[in-house]
Design a protein around this ligand. Structure first.
Ligand code: PMT
Length: 404
């Protein structure tokens, strides 16, 4: 199953099969998905929102506006948040609204705002299910890319027997999981990612380093692996771990070691993302013994480290994509563009070291992507995992089949 880490929006409509959606919520959560549930007003008459809130561990969304706390539930935010939406059970009424773009409740409005895949599991009486209007609506939903998990045959709530029972939660789970399994746009590609700081030794006990935690680079490695890539993660000193079998980790300490590892692997890669905070300078001489404390002020002569991104920029073949970061405190765009050109990058990811919630050692980042075409995309502040997805999506646009 491959729903780990996925954000799933479960839409529950007003049919007796709503009780099965509770089990579906439980299964999705068990598979590692984050689940938010949105219910139509009629659905609340079948199952209490509290059931879904307890199972999903998220507040259930039923109205646009909550008068109790003044909170506005934005369908637009839900559409951006969710990797996929599943409407289960989907009544004939909701299917008809979805097919015709009617947005009169939070569920149908969220559907129109969805960026990810939408799955629909119809549930209704056999005659409604067979009705030409319903079949036409279902075909209309399929024609715009939605995945229909057809209803099954059996005893129906009406007492009749026939096709109309909602597919079992296990069947729905499998359909979603199969979709994500096959949705591996980087399958067969290799991506090199650098992460974390480098330590440049002064003597056996001291070094020059920086505050990089490795979170941004590790999130990129995970995102690339989730998209099916074989990932070579060249990591400076960090406490982070990764379990994804597609990630091959190479631990290094200094800029020179990072350069050696990257140069060794870059030729075999389709893309490389330089998220590491590489020290720009290192002591010109490393003392072999611990430097003794003296009374006189101390000076350490520094020399430049090799520039890894520039080196790869010179090695780059047509079709390979090279992405760098620019960590700035002032004149961000101008400095980033200079790095983009100097290092022969395809695009540069600008972030600000002094902005709260961005840059070093936090779980979120605020980035602007600047392409060598001149296009700039400013993203809102978000979790580094989602930032990583945005960067991988931009790489995918450049990795056209003819450029492989
Ligand atoms: O690790 P986290 O705590 O999650 O923090 C993330 C981050 C802030 C480290 C990350 O988002 C980031 O900005 N990484 C790049 C930091 C940096 O060194 O930026 P720079 O502007 O100094 O370097 C420009 C680019 O050249 C970077 O891609 C860098 O990896 C690369 N470089 C720099 C120096 C050098 N000697 N060799 C390089 O390859």
């Amino acid at each position: 199953m491959s729903l780990k880490g996925k954000n799933i929006l479960l839409g529950v409509t007003g049919g007796i099969a709503a009780y099965k959606a509770a089990n579906l919520t439980r299964l999705l959560v068990k598979e590692g998905a984050s689940v938010k549930v949105v219910m139509t007003p009629a659905a609340k008459q079948f199952v209490a929102p509290l059931t879904f809130a307890t199972l999903s561990q998220n507040p259930v969304l039923t109205e646009f506006f909550n008068p109790e706390n003044g909170e506005w539930h934005s369908h637009v935010k839900l559409g951006v948040w969710a990797d996929a939406m599943i409407v289960a059970p989907a009544t004939a009424n909701t299917i008809a609204k979805m097919a015709n773009g009617i947005a009169d409740n939070l569920l149908t409005t969220s559907y129109l705002s969805m960026r990810g895949k939408v799955f629909v599991a119809p549930a209704m009486d056999l005659d409604m299910y067979a009705h030409p209007t319903t079949r036409q609506n279902i075909e209309a939903l399929k024609s715009v890319g939605n995945i229909i998990i057809e209803a099954e045959s059996g005893e129906l709530a009406s007492g009749l027997n026939g096709k109309g029972r909602m597919a079992e939660p296990e069947t729905i789970l499998k359909a979603m999981s199969d979709y994500f399994e096959s949705d591996k746009p980087l399958q067969g590609r290799t991506v090199l990612v650098t992460a974390g700081p480098t330590y440049e030794k002064i003597d056996p006990v001291r070094f020059i380093g920086n505050y990089s935690s490795g979170k941004m680079g590790f999130a990129l490695a995970e995102a690339a692996a989730e998209a099916g890539a074989n990932v070579i993660l060249v990591a400076g000193p960090t406490k982070l771990t990764t379990l994804n079998p597609l990630i091959k980790r190479v631990d290094v300490e200094s800029a020179q070691q990072m350069l050696d590892a990257c140069s060794q692997h870059f030729n075999d890669c389709n893309a490389a993302v330089m998220a590491a905070a590489v020290a720009d300078y290192r002591p010109a001489v490393q003392a072999e013994q611990k430097i003794k404390k003296g009374s006189a002020p101390m000076t350490i002569a520094l020399e430049s480290t090799p520039d890894i991104a520039s080196t790869l920029g010179k090695m780059k073949r047509p079709g390979q994509v090279l992405v760098g970061f620019a960590l700035e405190t002032e004149n961000g765009v101008a400095n980033a563009i200079e790095k983009l050109k100097k290092k022969n990058l395809d695009f540069v990811v600008l972030n600000n070291a002094t902005e709260a919630g961005a840059g070093f050692n936090c779980d979120t980042n605020h980035i602007t992507i600047i392409k060598n075409s001149g296009e700039q995309i400013d993203y809102p502040m978000k979790d580094k995992k989602l930032v990583a997805n945005d960067i991988i999506n931009q790489i995918l646009l450049l990795l056209t089949p003819e450029k492989q």
